[in-house]
Design a binder for this molecule. Structure first.
Ligand code: BES
Ligand code: ZN
Ligand code: ZN
Length: 452
């Protein structure tokens, strides 16, 4: 992590300044005989936001890494003048995220750059968010053979407990007793047993209903009998980015003692092929009592999320519900890798969410929920079908989940495009997992604490 600079010799100093045009794009080098300084432009002072600073710092640090710098001191003066503590935080976060490296199984060790900050340090809140993003990236980048549902459960509960979060792991047997047939239909497809991970953070008033944060935790998604083509299999270990997002956000809430109640529920499974795995045409039940016709075994996320939502409502007594998932390829076609789509049935909730996104700097776009879309998931033989008969894959996947929300305020986020990048879309990203939604979910819950 970042340390305060003690004036010892460093390879480079990284500084930002507004008078240079083109945020993050202009670079110049200046040397005074002792230390060389890399200047990165922030563009017009009027337009500088935390996101501008994050990108500029990341751009600078990646440039210095390319030049072989081993020790760098960050000069936050310009960012501090413009944005105060928020500017210092953004500079530190941009640099740290740009330097993120996933765990490596290379036999040769790699060394990290040492980062110092001149004169001022980022806040504890900012540090905890940076760490939460990196933790989410670690989980998503982890190979599926090193992170089966039981591993995910162990890692999450061990870490969460150190911050005073109450944890519970619901086994496949317990889930069977609860009638979680949709969850188990997918989970039973694999040799590694499924589990439901429950994390309860209680920072708010005892009588305040917690927000339910439900994250898709598919540790690998082969598609099942509707097997994915080889070309679509590369990122299948990352199908638990929704789980990583809610986990990261909850840890940050706990570390910052935010006065809110939040309950994370993660259905974790592998979607694989076994002799008796589910197949298209099957009709299954669910914890809610509703029946589901299977149209495609690759639409597994909504099946496990449906039961997790019912569990959150009926067993955890949550008020607002939020579910987040790498749910559909269609959202990538629609918004690419920079923007996540969402659905919401409550205007105040939607406003809170968009305000949280404005603070985090992440991009989200609301999708319509017209009745015609609900018709697309009607089934001739069951209460609902797990695929649409007429396209609109992202909306219909969301509306499938809406059928299980029992009229609670509900928000559904599809991060299939934003959770993973093969090349960075912004400089503070690195190839692979992005840590999408961690900061937005944190700020959403924090804003709810203020309202309560
Ligand atoms: N996990 C995938 C969605 C996905 C696609 C995530 C690309 C990340 C990148 C999901 O389980 C899936 O396979 N969805 C299908 C649904 C379809 C069969 C209705 C899809 O989007 O193709
Ligand atoms: Zn799938
Ligand atoms: Zn999936």
């Amino acid at each position: 992590m970042l340390k305060l600079w003690n004036q010892e010799a460093v390879d480079w100093r990284l500084a930002l300044r507004t008078e240079m045009e083109g945020a993050g794009s202009r670079l110049s080098v200046e040397a005074d005989g002792k230390t060389a300084t890399l200047w990165v432009g922030l563009g017009d002072a009027e337009t500088v936001t935390a996101e501008t600073v994050r990108r500029a710092a990341a751009k600078g640090i990646k440039t210095l890494k390319g030049l072989g710098a081993k020790t760098v001191v960050l000069d936050p003066a310009a960012a501090q003048t413009l944005l105060h503590q928020e500017g210092i935080d953004a500079m530190a976060q941009g640099a740290a995220l740009a330097l993120y490296r996933p765990r490596s199984w290379k036999t040769e060790e790699q060394t990290d750059m040492t980062l110092y900050m001149e004169s001022a340090l980022p806040s504890e809140e900012s540090n905890s968010l940076t760490e939460a993003i990196c933790l989410a990236r670690d989980l998503v980048n982890c190979p599926a053979n090193h992170l089966v549902p039981a591993d995910l459960a162990r890692t999450m509960t061990e870490t969460a407990r150190t911050y005073g979060v109450e944890t519970e792991i619901i086994s496949a047997e317990q889930a069977r007793a609860l009638g979680m047939e949709a969850f188990l239909t997918v989970g039973d497809s694999a040799g590694h047993a499924p589990c439901l991970i429950v994390l309860r953070y209680r920072g708010g008033a005892p009588d305040q209903a917690p927000i339910g944060l439900v994250g898709k935790g598919v540790t690998c998604d082969t598609g099942g009998y509707c097997l994915k083509p080889a070309s679509s299999m590369k990122g299948i270990k990352g199908d638990m980015a929704g789980a990583a997002a809610v986990f990261g956000a909850l840890l940050a809430l706990a570390r910052n003692k935010v006065p809110v109640n939040a309950t994370v529920v993660i259905p974790s499974v592998e979607n694989r092929i076994a002799p008796d795995s589910f197949i298209p045409g099957d009709v299954i039940g669910s914890m809610s009592g509703k029946t589901i016709e299977i149209g495609n075994t690759d639409a597994e996320g909504r099946l496990i999320l449906a039961d997790a939502i019912t569990y959150a409502l009926r067993k955890e007594g949550v008020g607002r519900v939020l579910d987040i998932a790498t749910l559909t390829g269609a959202v990538v076609g629609m918004f690419g890798f920079t923007t996540a789509g969402f659905l919401c049935n409550d205007e105040a909730y939607c406003t809170d969410f968009m305000e949280a996104a404005a603070v985090s700097g992440e991009q989200y776009w609301r999708l319509p929920a017209f009745d015609e879309y609900r018709k697309m998931i009607e089934s001739p033989v069951a209460d609902v079908s797990n695929v649409s008969n007429d396209g609109c894959g992202t909306i219909t996947a969301g509306l499938f989940l809406e059928a299980f929300t029992e009229s609670h305020p509900w928000l559904h986020i599809d991060i299939a495009g934003t959770a993973w990048v093969d090349s960075p879309k912004w400089e503070y990203q690195t190839n692979g997992a992005t840590g999408a939604a961690v900061t937005t979910l944190y700020h959403l819950c924090k804003a709810m604490a203020k309202e309560a």
